[in-house]
Design a protein around this ligand. Structure first.
Ligand code: SAM
Length: 163
């Protein structure tokens, strides 16, 4: 696969998995968390498809497209290793959906990051809540779900908190 192929596969998979996870959690009222704003493309998509839940964004430095910049009172600014524990104290174990796209270009570093951040994400989810991630995660009480048909295996992962 060329780098262009890989990039397209990641984008297509993110959209397919976010749409699938939004549909599966439609009956849940808890907040939605976007980990890693970046340009704001996936945040913008989530705003388009999620109408009745608050979306909070975790980002260390906001530099998104102006059309994709969240309201400041919905941004948890700083390193996720500090803001995720703060979010647990603030929101409790009630998140209906967490989407994470925090990785860079180094697969080994991304994997270590996923191992380190997984224990901070797991307690945030409500029973039945979903996590969509661009990297494989390492959870104790979440089950990996099958991908929707448009997603490319290995480019996106969906996990559900056990009830
Ligand atoms: N999904 C986004 C989009 O569609 O535009 C792209 C996200 S970009 C690949 C990853 C983002 O995660 C970057 O903006 C980076 O600053 C943020 N990030 C990476 N590590 C972080 C950390 N430890 N704490 C907070 N934000 C982090």
């Amino acid at each position: 696969m060329s780098r262009l192929d890989l990039f397209i596969a990641r984008m297509v998979s993110q959209r397919a998995c976010i749409d699938h996870a939004v549909a599966l959690t439609r009956g849940m009222a808890g907040p939605v968390f976007e980990l890693g704003l970046g340009n704001g493309r996936t945040y913008h998509h989530m705003v388009e498809v999620i109408k009745s839940r608050d979306i909070y964004v975790f980002e260390r430095a906001v530099a998104s497209h102006p059309d994709s910049t969240p309201p400041t009172d919905h941004v948890l600014l700083g390193d996720v290793f500090e803001t995720l524990p703060q979010a647990l104290a603030r929101f409790g174990p009630n998140a209906s959906l967490v989407h994470a796209d925090l990785g860079g270009h180094n697969a080994t570093k991304n994997d270590q990051f996923a191992r380190d951040v997984s224990p901070l994400v797991e307690p945030l989810l409500a029973p039945g809540g979903l996590m969509v991630a661009s990297d494989r995660m390492y959870f104790e009480n979440l089950t990996e779900l099958p991908l929707p048909k448009d997603a490319v295996p290995g480019r996106c992962f969906i996990y559900q908190k056990n009830t």
